[in-house]
Design a binder for this molecule. Structure first.
Ligand code: CDP
Length: 207
């Protein structure tokens, strides 16, 4: 049996966690493309719930794929709103089943977020914790935001990164923490293609 057909039967899961703007998104997309896995950016779920307004628990329970396609979900405001609704246990609970069934899909899956290796898929085949210094992450996020047409400055983005780190790591339910057995990938001094290569190597080593 080839590696691909074996994988199609086993639903190989890659869990990628880490703080804001550490490179999780780029790394997750590249790992998914390399191995032919599906990718779910779980941050989008929380961003959509935050952006929908009204009662966040009701919003999480009725979340649909169209809500994830809103054009404003990448803004800094949507990120802050996401981390505020993400502290609510009932919001998190409403999103668990969708994430778990995505993780188990045939053909393999990469999920990135904050609690994938700890809460959503503690049994994941590979867990990565991708991080970088707050300053490096703020510089990367500033470039991303400017490239997407959002006007902002370094100090504002750094403050945003620090505020979200504190909220995400300090919450009682599913705090952002490196999962047991995770591979730590500190991308502070790495170019993005080096970080991607390191992640692909970590996944390849466990297949
Ligand atoms: O892209 P970035 O890393 O800035 O953020 P994101 O992954 O889109 O996540 C936005 C916010 O959603 C985070 O700051 C977390 O508060 C929350 N989140 C979470 O609690 N659990 C996840 N699995 C993913 C995101």
């Amino acid at each position: 049996m080839s590696a691909v057909s074996k994988n199609e039967q086993s639903g190989f899961t890659v869990a990628i966690d880490g703080p804001a703007a550490a490179g999780k998104g780029t790394i997750s997309r590249a790992v998914a493309a390399h191995f032919g896995f599906a990718h779910l950016d779980t941050g989008l779920l929380y961003r959509a719930v935050g952006a929908m307004g009204g009662d966040p628990v009701a919003a999480a329970r009725r979340l649909s794929p169209e809500d994830l396609a809103r054009p404003d979900l990448r803004s800094a405001e949507a990120g802050q709103a996401a981390s505020k609704v993400a502290v609510i246990p009932e919001v998190r609970a409403a999103l668990v089943d969708f994430q778990r069934s995505f993780a188990r899909r045939m053909g393999g899956a990469v999920l990135d977020g904050r609690d994938i290796g700890t809460v959503i898929c503690p049994e994941a085949d590979v867990k990565l914790f991708v991080t970088a210094s707050p300053e490096v992450r703020a510089a990367r996020r500033l470039k991303e935001l400017r490239d997407s047409g959002f006007a902002t400055d370094f100090a504002t983005v750094l403050a945003d990164v620090r505020a979200r780190d504190a909220r995400d790591a300090g919450r009682a339910t599913a705090p952002m923490v490196m999962a047991e057995g995770a591979v730590l990938l500190d991308t502070s001094a790495m170019a993005i293609d080096e970080a991607v290569a390191a992640a692909i190597a970590a996944v390849a080593a466990r297949r």
